[in-house]
Design a protein around this ligand. Structure first.
Ligand code: ADP
Ligand code: MG
Ligand code: ZN
Length: 507
């Protein structure tokens, strides 16, 4: 793709020149389809035995014909619509030719000059500051096989796993719109969230279903023309992307200041040193000899089909986050956490809805915040024990459990301390909170006589703390309340306990 902005060769620095980094990203995301791009093989290669998901099509045998996976087309268009891309009525596939062992056919089916999505943008939050990153295009292609390099007692060799060959891959290309590593990483985070939210990709960098190449150049501050770019590859975490971009900016700045020119090339990021090293220069760059794929028809997208996809996008994470802040009075942080995935946002809203019908909680103005606290606090703590992307569905808990629990606390049936205990039990057993409270005898002690009796016992048993308190050490009351709570196995209201204790001591 041609870049509309003129390009200059970044030459030696005039002393005192300040440079501005310019960054454009190329992101590859594997699509969440069931089968591969052009054959019926499963695209779930991650846990499969090597070369177990293969057929003549993805093995690149001669004489077989590819068939377009229409779900892959839909998910790419959906992604484009979610970022405001134009979806041209006609797209086509092209062959990108290059010889490499991971490319079974000797060419990759990709899209050259008629991609599925054109333009568009993503709103990104960089440390609370909104920024727009524009897209060049999104196109659809097939993934390559996986090369595994081994070097052991049997010698150095490369092994080939063809399971990944033909996995649907969409490439999202941004404009050179970012100016720091931090902005680039913020863009990637926002993109990952969006892809997960709309179900287009599981977008997992560690698993390789979300991969990013970074194009980095410098230009004198104030200059509009772009400098010579270097493409940096081989990062497999957000942290690595950030460090690779930072070190590449440093390297280019030092080279310019030393009177050198920047060479256009591809460099690889080395995790161990945190630096980039040359992979190939422009002279060695491939001539891909693109030509239209003769075995596939052009893709004609009618408005009806595109419109149907658009309905799924009624509310994207950014809009939902803002609504959560306004409608439920959540803080920006709470709203962000709760819209991290569509499922979590759905679970939260279902819980709010259920809580609204419960007496004790539903009639309080701020119950949506109370529910949010459960989700961001103790529910999150339990989910985290199952992994960073666990949802309620992976547990015995349901929105009904959380709503009932919040209700029991709000109406005073159980204390906040007991509620944690009840939640832990429900998490293990799936039993409903109400029933747990009964079967475990966890209802709050609300009998004043009972609290009174416990207060007297504690005062008897803790002469030192009592003396401290009477001697003016106000904090000793906290210790005494703690003792009372312990006697009551957490079933007393601490404020009430403090009040009763003070009445005895002050009286
Ligand atoms: P190529 O033809 O080398 O693949 P493209 O024009 O397709 O280059 O751009 C690829 C990516 O590089 C895009 O994300 C684009 O924004 C980015 N890019 C292009 N020129 C520059 C530059 N001078 N500095 C930084 N990024 C750039
Ligand atoms: Mg390119
Ligand atoms: Zn196959």
């Amino acid at each position: 793709m041609e870049c509309p902005i003129p390009v200059t060769t970044t030459g030696p620095a005039v002393p005192g020149t300040a440079y501005e980094p310019v960054i454009g990203l190329e992101v590859h995301a594997q699509l969440a389809t069931r089968s591969k791009m052009f054959c019926g093989c499963s695209r779930d290669y991650w846990d499969a035995a090597p070369n177990s998901h293969v057929c003549p099509v993805c093995l690149g045998m001669p004489g077989v014909l590819p068939v377009i996976n229409s779900r892959a087309v839909e998910l790419t268009v959906l992604t484009g619509l979610a970022m405001g891309c134009t979806i041209p009525p006609r797209a086509k596939f092209d062959r990108k030719n290059y010889p490499y062992p991971d490319l079974m056919k000797g060419y990759q089916i990709s899209q050259y000059d008629e991609p599925l999505c054109v333009g568009g943008a993503l709103e990104v939050d960089v440390d609370g500051e909104p920024r727009t990153v524009h897209l060049e295009r999104i196109h659809l292609e097939e993934d390559t096989a996986r090369l595994l390099h081994r070097d052991d007692e049997n010698g150095a060799r490369s092994l080939l796993d063809v399971n990944r060959a033909g996995v649907p891959l969409m490439e999202i290309v941004t404009r050179p719109d970012m100016h720091s590593a931090q902005q680039a990483v913020a863009f990637l985070r926002a993109l990952r969230q969006l892809l997960r939210y709309i179900g287009a990709s599981d977008a997992d960098m560690e698993k390789g279903s979300f991969r990013c190449d970074a194009n980095v150049s410098l230009r004198p501050r104030g200059e509009r023309a772009l400098g010579t770019k270097v493409e940096v590859k081989n990062m497999n975490s957000f942290r690595a992307v950030g460090r690779a971009i930072e070190s590449e900016i440093r390297r280019q700045r030092a080279a310019l200041e030393a009177g050198e020119r920047i060479v256009q090339e591809t460099r690889g990021y080395l995790e161990a040193s945190g630096e980039t090293a040359p992979q190939r220069s422009k002279e060695e760059a491939h001539d891909y000899r693109y030509f239209p794929e003769p075995d596939l028809p052009p893709l004609l997208l009618d408005e009806g089909r595109v419109g149907k996809l658009g309905a799924v996008l009624a509310e994207l994470p950014g809009a939902r986050r803002r609504r959560f802040e306004q409608e439920y009075g959540l803080t920006p942080d709470e709203a962000r956490t709760l819209t991290e995935s569509r499922e979590r946002a759905d679970d939260y809203e279902r819980t709010v809805h259920l809580a609204s019908g419960l007496s004790g909680i539903g009639d309080r103005d701020d119950y949506p915040r109370t529910v949010a606290h459960w989700f961001t606090g103790d529910v999150a703590r339990l989910l985290n024990t199952l992994g960073s992307d666990a949802e309620l569905r992976d547990t015995q808990l349901t929105p009904g459990h959380v709503a009932e629990l919040a209700g029991l606390v709000a109406e005073g049936t159980i204390t906040a301390t007991t509620a944690k205990q009840v939640l832990d039990i429900a998490f293990e057993s799936g039993e409903l909170p109400q029933s747990i409270v009964q079967s475990h005898g966890l209802a709050q002690v609300r009998d004043e006589g009972e609290i009174d009796r416990l207060a007297r016992e504690v005062i008897q048993a803790q002469p030192k703390a009592v003396a401290d308190y009477l001697g003016g050490k106000e904090s000793a009351i906290g210790f005494l309340v703690g003792q009372l709570m312990r006697q009551a196995r957490g079933r007393a209201d601490p404020q009430n306990a403090a009040r009763v204790l003070r009445r005895h001591l002050d009286g």
